[in-house]
Write a protein that binds this ligand. Structure first.
Ligand code: NAD
Length: 462
């Protein structure tokens, strides 16, 4: 897009926001319904676009993209009127007669920069929150999922109010051009490296922002509990989306007594889900591009493979792979894997597992399989992560009532459900006072008696 055209579009959005239409309850509802319609009517096109981008199956796209987004919209439609209501605040006696309230207000024109790995979800879930909160929005989907990006741009231009919501496609350059402008809020999903740059750009305009970043999500399999179920759930969550999920278990820490059993069940689960040759499975995606493929191949060659390990550059295929004998200090433990390689490390005491987790930067999620309530409490208490899911994986991010986001190096700010509405709103405090009475006590000159009286009043009635 030409720069002039881009500035023109931004000017239109600013004008629309100033007109006040997006603050209207009816407008918000109509746009959410229109987005719902797009997701319903274009289900097939959406599945085809994601398949063309990295060969993801229709079923996975339904579960992790469209079905999730539709439930997020339903939740927003159901609760929007209560979210929008101003909150009455009680006023201390000394400030009476007055009325105080606080209301969620939109930021203005917001910028949403999406990652490629759940291309619809990561661009449109923040958009749902932005619309619900009454903002105009510019959406910049990732260039690494070009078919999905094109469909988002085309689809939204047909279904949504173009004077308030625009999609601008492109890569790093476009992203940087956008970030040079002043937005009311920035919502970024992506890597830590780019997150830092986005934060720098936001600082130039003092723009508030959310950073949804990645990290190494640990999964502990403790001594107690059903290891077969744990193995099946871990394999499902790890190899979904070809391992390219910010919330995927990055590495497994297993109690030494259950290690052999877990590894056997995990290998069985891989065969059950994807057959003897996962390359032939219609449910197993590919690595998104050559850069990522080469990065993962390098990690693969430096590791000891228990199962999987096959790759094919032509198809950008890397088999679901379990790695054994990985030491906590190995290269693969230095950064987020973000691909279908799963290191398994054994431990003797739970404190050892917790030490390993604490030696890595704060993850987006932490997983624990254990039937022991004391262990569950201890792991939650003695660790830090954006979210926790016990005896399962990923699903904490699907519950609309649970805020989703990171902590420390996995990002800050949260969204989904009401948390998303709050992220895209600021709280505006309004105090309505009466002009009378107007006692002289508050005004100078403050003699000794007046000061004493004021001191008492302020101490006892504030
Ligand atoms: P990325 O950081 O490479 O790109 C994200 C977006 O930033 C893209 O739209 C891209 O065009 C843009 N961008 C790239 N370089 C830029 C620059 N220099 N300045 C401004 N914008 C720039 O991330 P990705 O490869 O698309 O996604 C993978 C990463 O995202 C992983 O680390 C993963 O963990 C993380 N992620 C986090 C979440 C979450 O919800 N926390 C969800 C999905 C992915």
């Amino acid at each position: 897009m030409q720069k002039d055209q881009f500035f023109l579009e931004l000017a239109i959005l600013r004008e629309t926001f100033e007109s006040g239409i997006t603050r209207d309850f009816g407008w918000r509802i109509s746009q959410l319904n229109a987005l719902q319609k797009f997701l319903l009517e274009c289900q097939k096109e959406i599945a085809a676009a994601v398949h063309d981008d990295f060969r993801k199956s229709t079923a996975e796209t339904f579960l992790t993209e469209t079905a999730y987004l539709r439930s997020e919209i339903r939740f927003a439609l159901k609760h929007l009127s209560s979210w929008m209501k101003p909150r009455r605040v009680s006023v201390p006696l000394i400030y009476q007669p007055s009325k105080a309230s606080c209301s969620p207000e939109p930021y203005g024109v917001v910028l949403i920069i999406g990652a490629w790995n759940y291309p619809f979800n990561l661009s449109l879930a923040p958009l749902i929150s932005a619309i619900a909160a009454g903002n105009c929005a510019v959406i910049k989907p990732s260039e690494h999922a070009p078919h999905s990006s094109a469909l988002i741009a085309e689809g939204l231009s047909h279904y949504l109010d173009q004077s308030a919501i625009r999609v601008i496609e492109g890569g790093m350059d476009v992203s940087q051009t956008l970030l040079a402008e002043r937005f009311g809020y920035i919502f970024f999903t992506g890597s830590r490296t780019v997150g830092r740059e986005v934060m720098h750009a936001a600082a130039r305009h003092l723009t508030p922002l959310t950073l949804e970043l990645g990290g190494k999500c640990p999964c502990i399999v403790e001594e107690s509990g059903d290891v077969r179920v744990a193995a099946r759930r871990i394999v499902w969550a790890k190899f979904l989306n070809g391992g390219q999920t910010c919330l995927a278990p990055d590495y497994v820490l297993v109690h030494e007594k259950r290690e052999a059993e877990l590894l056997t069940h995990m290998q069985e689960a891989i065969t059950d889900f994807y057959g003897d040759d996962p390359r032939l499975s219609p449910d197993y995606p590919r690595i998104v591009n050559m850069e990522q493929y080469r990065r993962l191949e390098e990690l693969l060659y430096g590791s000891s493979v228990l199962c999987g390990g096959k790759s094919d550059q032509g198809e950008r295929y890397i088999a679901p792979t379990i790695l054994r004998g990985v030491m906590p200090g190995s290269t693969i433990m230095h950064s987020e894997i973000f691909g279908p390689l799963l290191p398994v490390i054994s431990y003797t005491e739970i404190s050892e597992a917790l030490d390993i987790i604490r030696s890595v930067d704060e993850p987006l999620a932490l997983y624990l399989f254990s039937s022991d309530l004391d262990v569950q409490d201890r792991v939650v208490r003695d660790s830090r992560s954006g979210g926790v899911c016990i005896n399962d994986l990923l699903f904490h991010a699907a519950i609309a009532g649970l805020p989703f986001g990171g902590v420390g190096k996995s990002g800050f700010g949260a969204y989904h459900g009401k948390a998303g509405f709050d992220a895209f709103s600021f709280q505006r405090s309004v105090l309505r006072r009466s002009l009378y009475p107007d006692p002289g006590l508050r005004y100078p000159p403050y003699g000794w008696w007046k000061f004493m009286l004021l001191k008492r009043l302020v101490t006892f009635f504030q």
